[in-house]
Design a protein around this ligand. Structure first.
Ligand code: MG
Length: 380
């Protein structure tokens, strides 16, 4: 029986993790579930999965839940509650399913205890990749990617020698605006941006997919996860999202991982790794799919993609600045405060104006994140 802590159990990844775990009642038990605010969704999860502890980041809502469930399980609250749960509870697998920078601190606690880290929270590696990978080596923690592209690459690398990798090919659906012109991106609506053709996901990552910042974040995530050089990471547009990514080796051979676009697949692989377990998920029907197509990304139209390559080249806190600026810019777009096409402008302004620090420690990363958020919030 593996004990699982899910950081962010009411988001898209958290819910899918519970959907997977529901199929394997003999193999997994839930130690803890955490949420930001959605106690209404958490409550039925408590009744079904009986975690010993839950954490609600919003303190007021946490107290409200505590009164409501009266002793059914232990309730911790606040940012400190998340950190305490990761640092003190008894679990084997830490599922990092929270969105954004706020997943970093609890993830570091789990790493310091040498846990298995099933990571969907790509921002953790984007802002602190150097530190996170160093700590994983130091404390013998195992990082298993849940992001579908990185799970694909991870699977393609199984049984291979790392020094025989020539390049990693990240596939991208291209999102809802793949066929729009650059100038027309200025006028797209929030609803249009939220309408992803292949994947059902939370709002933040869906907007990131529309701007292709999601792929930018994934380039940086791949860089840290797989220890490849920046020029060894290529992005190819593949609108059907059937090939989840590929690895090309020095003999020219390419391995790909394929599957229906369903996050339950990479989640299950991370939970059952190194084994595979039979399931009843729908299967691919190649004859029905018919065609798989590929083309190069348009870096001029999708400026966020180029910004991510630049942030990786600059290094230091540049990816942290990029990420924080993006999080606030996406928030502003969702609130109707800025146009979609302003997202990359805001990010590049932040990257120009905010001072970069080389090899930042954890305090410098938190400082940089805070400074960038305040800077972008103040932009009119
Ligand atoms: Mg992905």
């Amino acid at each position: 029986m593996k004990k699982v802590l899910i950081l962010g159990s009411t988001g898209s990844i958290g819910i899918n993790t519970l959907n997977v775990i529901r199929n394997f009642p003999e193999d997994f038990e839930i130690t803890a579930l955490t949420v930001n605010t959605k106690i209404g969704l958490l409550e039925p999860q408590i009744h079904e999965f009986h975690p010993g502890t839950v954490v609600v980041k919003d303190e007021k809502l946490g107290m409200e839940l505590k009164a409501r469930i009266a002793g059914e399980c232990n309730v911790l609250v606040g940012e400190q509650g998340l950190i305490d749960a990761a640092a003190n509870l008894d679990y084997d697998i830490f599922v990092g399913a929270m969105v954004g920078f706020c997943g970093l601190a609890p993830t570091l606690e789990a790493i310091k205890r040498g846990k298995i880290i099933a990571l969907a929270n790509k921002e953790t590696l984007v802002v602190a990749g150097e530190l996170v990978t160093k700590l994983c080596r130091q404390y013998n923690a195992k990082l298993l990617p849940i992001d579908s592209e990185h799970s694909a690459i991870f699977q393609c690398l199984e049984g291979e020698k790392k020094d025989q990798v020539e390049k990693i090919i990240l596939t991208a659906s291209g999102g809802p605006f793949l066929n729009k012109t650059k100038s027309s991106l200025a006028n797209v609506t929030v609803q249009e941006a939220l309408n992803h053709p292949n994947w059902k996901m939370g709002a933040k990552i869906t907007i990131d997919s529309a701007s292709m910042m999601n792929k930018g974040l994934e380039i940086i995530e791949a860089y840290w996860l797989f220890g490849v050089k920046q020029e060894e990471i290529e992005v190819v547009i593949h609108p059907q999202s059937i090939i989840h990514s590929m690895v090309q080796y020095i003999d020219g051979s390419v391995k790909a991982q394929l599957g229906l676009p369903d996050m339950k697949l990479p989640i299950q692989y991370a939970l059952t790794y190194p084994d595979r377990q039979a399931n009843q998920f729908p299967r691919l029907d190649f004859a029905e799919i018919g065609n798989l197509t590929f083309f190069r990304p348009d870096f001029e139209k999708f400026e966020c993609l180029m910004l991510a390559y630049n942030a990786l080249t600059i290094g230091g806190t540049a990816p942290c600045i990029m990420n924080a600026a993006n999080e606030i810019a996406v928030h502003k777009f969702l609130n109707g405060e800025i146009r979609f096409s302003h997202i990359p402008h805001i990010i590049s302004t932040a990257m120009e104006k905010i001072e970069n620090h080389k090899s930042p420690d954890i305090d410098a990363i938190f400082e940089c994140d805070k400074e960038t958020r305040e800077f972008v919030m103040a932009l009119s």
